[in-house]
Design a protein. Structure first.
Length: 832
RNA sequence: GCUGGUGUGGUGGAAUGGUAGACACGAAGGACUCAAAAUCCUUUGGAGGUAACUCCGUAACGGUUCAAGUCCGUUCACCAGCACCA
């Protein structure tokens, strides 16, 4: 009898004792495979059946590739910084570090019973100072390169929770947790200039094999658009307004300009008469959140009293301000073409502005002076040329992508390796630390005093999080770290960049007063480069050895969810490109292939959630049915990349299948089965199975692997087939049900691990059949099957087909008009 | 609104343009059992026929083809992402 508990415990132990060895050879040639699954956030809720689906799927690949003789890197680690742990820690009055350690232990305990072949010797943890030393190191390189800077952005502030919240944490102006009201406040934040890489992030998508949906989503997010930036002179003034347009062909249809309410020129050009209403409108929009602005049904705006001069016609056109124009895209001003732009039309109709049609239905220009009767494409070219010649405009590429807001006013994140010093002291900097200064100094004002950001010495890394009394945020702009006065107030060395607490006496006059940065990094930081650390997880000298990076990069297969396709995937590609630029990594792209896994939903097709009480505990499933059954079921339930509802009944079915496999091997051993019915068919079937499983694993079609294994068992479970065939079968089963396959392998007398045996190869000659079944389609309908020997000529096949009684009956002594013999598809078509 | 994607039995789903519904779940009947569980066997898209078998059937309508779940067009429904991006 198949007892999953005994078998699985036995092999977990034997494997742990070294019965299998997945360690990697030092020699790595072309046949390496780096398989990466998104490392989990170790939440208090524990492992989810959804985690398991992707880990098992990639485990199956890892196991097959190893059996095929490849070097496989299949690592795991913890993405452990972040708000949920911090909140959990606050609620339970423990430190986030302890909460994290507990949660990781729990996750590890759960993962240990699933038969996953992770390389635990490479385990990493983003909250480990040995790890975040390098997160801080990379960030310092970006600081040095001028990619890190500070800017004031609008952030969500929740007075009740005394904290800044991320956009995702605010729903309809209320906090996701507790539903407290939130407001938008301006706050100075660290930013990373990802937009400088927008072009490469877009273009280099051509060089990688991501699923096309993933590429599309990345492209949409980056939002590249080509157009023209051009200048409109303000009437009776020397000022110009710049606008960006992708439709320069509609230039003659411009009947007004619109500036965003925050546009810096607005006050300067507004005439005295209109000052008050423009001001009032600006105040109005300020009080509205982005959300309100978006949700507004009708467009609003006011006239400025000013006019611009059309660059080609010289006509005067009114200038308006309206909040449907966004300050943070393009130039914050648009040339309105109401005839050919929906938003402009709506606005023009509301305020009775002129509408001039300049494009016909056939996409030909009209009302456009000398450009009339040109196609839009041709007009774009010519107009761009003309404006460039007149020095009024030039081609321009715009991106929707915004720079990355890179600070959080929270505790549980990487501290910035930054100290703020006075202007006077900044000018005193000399020696090695000056090499790490950004091209443009970064400053802030505190109580009207200017402070300069200076980098910490590399030798001071990691800059560890201090222990603090309370993790509760203290007030706007001050993260919990601000409480740690001993930590924040430092002596900073103006030559070396080292910092020590001001609790110590000032060593000498090369040490100046400084304040550490009290913001922390967002949890996207640690996950932006973790795949590099797996390659060389214990290196203290560099983030990873160059030769090892050369050998293992890029990641061959990166598996993850669609929810990370825009943010995480884009951020890590950005960091990787930066590291490439400074010579740290040898490739331009981190991931060669990116695939997605589908979500597992609760029974009934809704999302699993604790609050709904519809979650499935994977460990309970392991206890009841075994890890092998759980693995097989999660692969069998449906196409791997699609969302699918959990069904414990289906798991029971898979458990039944494994029981039957066990029974089959027992029966073979005790010799109480029927003899083989058809050796040729068996040869064909086993070879076909090998071929199919090998291909299907490669193509992520795990569900059909399982059904093929079931089919083979259904056909042969009563026949006394040769032990060799059983062994082949077990090898094919091994990646899916590693414990059971190992047990049965041992039962058949093997003394070494099945997981280190060689993956079966199919024999092509066995897949060629001596007799072929031809399906006979008559007028498109399948009418008969005629078995013909494989070496028959086309003529012979035709004769045999026409001889079939069934065919004769249907033909009813008519002569067929046409006979097609399709060798590859084994189809004969007769038209009567 | 835009961009992708998906529509197949009671359910999850299979099907390089070539036997639609593999495999599994569920259900019904049967065997074993004092009984139950487990296991095993049979049936299981719809309609008609004693039967061999016939006809219909892959969201809807049209098209291409000897042949369409699959390719093309239109429509509808659902899912995901983006959303005043000039």
């Amino acid at each position: 009898m198949y007892n999953h508990r005994i078998i699985e415990q036995k092999w977990i132990q034997k494997w742990a004792e070294g019965f299998v060895d997945y360690s990697l050879d030092k020699q790595i040639s072309d046949d390496k495979k780096y398989i990466l699954v998104e490392f989990p956030f170790p939440s208090g809720a524990g492992l989810h059946v959804g985690h398991i689906r992707s880990y098992v799927a990639q485990d199956i690949k890892a196991r097959m590739y190893r059996m095929q003789g490849q070097q496989v890197l299949y690592p795991i680690g913890w993405d452990a910084f972040g708000l949920p742990t911090e909140n959990y820690a606050i609620q339970n009055n423990i430190s986030p570090a302890i909460a994290t350690a507990d949660n990781i232990n729990n996750f590890k305990k759960q993962l240990a019973v699933l038969g996953l072949s992770f390389d635990w010797s490479r385990e990493i943890n983003t909250t480990d100072p040995k790890y975040y030393k390098w997160t801080q190191w990379i960030w310092l390189q970006m600081f040095k390169a001028g990619l890190a800077y500070q800017d004031t952005t609008q952030v969500w502030w929740c007075e009740e929770l005394k904290t800044v919240l991320a956009n995702e944490e605010v729903i309809d102006g209320k906090s996701e947790r507790g539903g407290h009201p939130c407001t938008r406040v301006p706050l100075r934040q660290w930013m990373l200039a990802i937009t400088k890489y927008a072009d490469r992030l877009d273009k280099d998508l051509e060089t990688v094999d991501y699923l096309s949906v993933i590429k599309t989503q990345q492209r949409n997010w980056i939002g590249r658009s080509e157009g023209v930036q051009l200048k409109f002179q303000i009437a009776n003034s020397t000022q110009f307004v710049e606008v960006f347009t992708t439709r320069i062909d509609t230039l003659f249809g411009v009947t007004f300009l619109v500036l965003a309410p925050e546009h810096p020129l607005l006050n300067k050009i507004t005439t005295a008469e209109y000052q008050s209403q423009v001001q009032q409108y600006h105040e109005q929009t300020k009080s509205k959140s982005d959300l309100d602005r978006q949700q507004e049904k009708y467009k609003t705006g006011v006239f400025t009293g000013a006019y611009a001069i059309h660059p080609l016609t010289g006509k005067q056109i009114p200038i308006w301000t309206a909040d449907y124009v966004l300050m943070n895209y393009g130039t914050g001003a648009v040339m309105a073409v109401p005839a050919h732009d929906e938003r402009d039309r709506e606005f023009a109709e509301k305020y009775n502005l002129e509408i001039i049609n300049v494009i016909t239905e056939q996409n030909i220009l009209e009302n456009s002076e000398s450009y009339n009767s040109l196609s839009t494409t041709e007009a774009k070219l010519q107009l761009t040329q003309e404006l460039t010649n007149q020095n009024l405009g030039q081609q321009k590429i715009q991106y929707k992508l915004r720079d990355w807001v890179f600070s959080r006013q929270r505790y549980w994140g990487e501290p910035f390796p930054i100290v703020w010093i006075s202007e006077h002291d900044y000018k005193m900097l000399s020696g090695e630390i000056t090499e790490f200064l950004p091209p443009k100094a970064i400053t802030r004002e505190v109580d009207d005093i200017l402070q300069y950001a200076v980098p910490l010495a590399i030798s001071d890394l990691p800059l560890e999080l201090p222990e603090i009394e309370s993790y509760i945020p203290q007030g706007l702009g001050d993260g919990p770290l601000a409480q740690a006065k001993d930590w924040v107030e430092v002596w900073y060395n103006i030559i070396t960049g080292q910092a020590i607490s001001r609790q110590n006496p000032r060593p000498d006059n090369t040490w100046v007063e400084g304040m550490r940065e009290t913001d922390t990094m967002p949890n996207w930081a640690g996950s932006s480069w973790y795949y590099l650390r797996y390659i060389d997880p214990n290196n203290d000298e560099v983030l990873a050895d160059k030769n090892l990076l050369q050998e293992w990069l890029p990641v061959d297969l990166y598996n993850g969810g669609m929810e990370h396709v825009t943010v995480h995937l884009l951020y890590s590609r950005f960091w990787h490109k930066f590291l490439y630029d400074i010579g740290v990594v040898p490739t331009q792209e981190p991931y060669q292939t990116r695939i997605k896994h589908g979500m597992i939903l609760a029974e009934g097709g809704v999302k699993m959630s604790k609050s709904k009480g519809n979650t499935v505990d994977p460990i309970e499933m392991v206890e009841s049915f075994g890890a092998d059954s759980l693995r097989v079921y999660e692969m069998f339930m449906g196409p791997y990349d699609e969302a699918i509802a959990w069904d414990t009944k289906g798991l029971i079915g898979c458990s039944r299948f494994l029981k039957r496999v066990y029974q089959w091997v027992e029966d073979i051993k005790s010799d109480n089965l029927e003899p083989i019915q058809d050796q040729n068919k068996l040869d064909y079937d086993i070879n076909y199975l090998i071929q199919k499983i090998t291909q299907d694993i490669d193509n992520q079609k795990y569900n059909t692997c399982i059904s093929s294994l079931m089919e083979f068992l259904n056909s042969y479970q009563k026949q006394n087939i040769q032990i060799d065939y059983i062994k082949q079968y077990l090898k094919l089963l091994a990646p899916f049900a590693p414990h059971l396959a190992e047990e049965l392998w041992e039962m058949l007398g093997e003394t070494t691990s099945i997981h280190q045996s060689q993956w079966p190869q199919y024999d092509e000659t066995k897949l060629v059949q001596s007799k072929i079944d031809y399906q006979i389609h008559i007028n498109g309908k399948m009418r008969d099957i005629v078995t013909v020997s494989a070496d028959a000529t086309e003529h012979g096949i035709q004769a045999q087909v026409l001889n079939s009684p069934k065919v004769q009956q249907i033909l009813n002594s008519n002569t067929p008009k046409k006979i097609i013999v399709n060798q590859a598809k084994k189809i004969v078509i007769i038209i009567s």
